[in-house]
Write a new protein. Sequence first.
Length: 141
Amino acid sequence: MLFAALTSSISLMETVVSMCMDRLHWNRKVSVLAVTVGILALGTLSCLGYGPLSAVTVLGMAFLDFFDFISNSILMPVVAFLTCILVGHVVGTKVVSDEVEASGSFRRKKLFEVMIRWIAPVCLVVILAGEILKILGVISI
């Protein structure tokens, strides 16, 4: 498990390192060092959030809870919404349909098109709005 986690972490870190090298024109060593320090700092805050740093909160949440909220309640719905817009309106559902039909029939093609273009984006906006209103204290579910 340790090896799997380590290799996954390295592959995720490589994207950020590459971006630092391209955008900030840093060499590889500086980029790796900066990204590693940043990751360790955020990780340390998460690790100590229920211990020595338990009195420090962000929006009333411990650091780990805050990062969990941001990733699960904000970023996932936003990315899913943008994916629906990209596939449903920019690229087009035909690309996905053609790929599925390459290996067999696509019996629910019309349902897929309606879901990806109209129903899923609306549901995702409702989910995102609900999470934001819940954290602001407007609603309590």
